[in-house]
Ligand binder design. Sequence first.
Ligand code: ATP
Ligand code: MG
Length: 425
Amino acid sequence: MSKKKIQAIRGMNDILPAQTPIWQHIEHTLHQVLESYGYQEIRMPILEATELFSRSIGEVTDIVEKEMFSFVDRNSDNLTLRPEGTASCVRAGIQNGLFYNQIQRLWYIGPMFRHERPQKGRYRQFNQLGVEAYGLTGADIDAEIILMTARFWQKLGLDNLELQINSLGSAEARAVYRNKLVDYFLANESQLDEDSKRRLNTNPLRILDSKNPQMQNLIQSAPQLLDHLDKESQTHFQQLKNILDQTGINYRINPQLVRGLDYYNRTVFEWVTQELGAQGTICAGGRYDTLVEQIGGRSTPAVGFAMGLERLVLLLESKLQLSDINPHIYMIMVGNETVQQQGFALAESLRTALPELRLITNCGGGSFKAQFKRADKSAAKFALILGEDELHKQQIAIKNLRKKSEQTLLSISELADNLKQLIKE
Ligand code: ATP
Ligand code: MG
């Protein structure tokens, strides 16, 4: 009887050993930059009450309408695998008293889940870095997080990303604008697609976020939110632009940028690449001053962004030359059990003496020839060869596997010192 092969869930991928070095490099670089700006890590659960997301992200958004992995558990609770991190972060901050009268600069990294059509740069499980700053109302903190993202690209060696910014203004200004927009779309109703017709009554601003190419002309000619901003939001936006100008960050004002989530106000921004087709947004965020209150906390201003790590990996994969992570040494042990025992003891003492050493010990026995083959395949630079004869004389043979040179003998007592030099070369 043949058994059906069990496969990973569609849109959820394994990240294999050949790919993990680039992930580690990206994560390491992000950590360093975050630390240099004084941001602290927070870790939240992956599973949350479904209500958290429907209440925060917005009922009429792609995420809540059709992308959530939701289910009822054994206690009949409605649960959802988090589709994004901001709602969880806000929930955690309220629950643990992080917000009231405090300034918090937080970040988190981890998997998010959305039931979308999988394609390059779009998956059902994907990873985000999320950054959130709480307790500050000014444009200075908006500028800070944008400057920090710019530094990510600089450290990662990416110079082709475009920064787009816009302001959504205050809720009141948006309500006035909303009416104008509805009038405009009603006057052109025949050109609206099905999604947009539905949104006209529920959330007309989201029509501006439509990816439908046939809608783009209509959207381009629509009245612009930027022309309807309240005075404070105008000043806020100007201050943000001033800091970006002063710090030499190039940007493009994109009046159509409204973001897919409902909770934003004032500043919104995206970093976009031309290299990944429709999946061009690498990083997106903005200000969300009403969300904390909406989820049940005391009113707390906030600004943040999320970055798609798979898209970063796609961008960097072809560009990055990672430094060598191959093992330095593969240790071959042939002979009786004593040889193996002494070999293990020696390997441990080398790892203690040389913390940077990458050493693989042969496991699973095998003839000299078989072990030598494994050493070669491991991509190690050197093979250390321990046999009964060598052990007897307290010596070990070393062979450079990448150069056609003879093997030589080293004294075990001086081995660590010798290797210290060799692994530097
Ligand atoms: P898009 O317009 O591409 O669907 P979004 O507006 O839904 O993006 P956000 O919710 O703002 O995206 O998420 C922030 C970032 O997370 C995106 O800019 C993108 O880099 C990444 N991202 C979002 N959804 C996915 C996905 N399904 N697969 C991979 N990365 C994703
Ligand atoms: Mg989306």
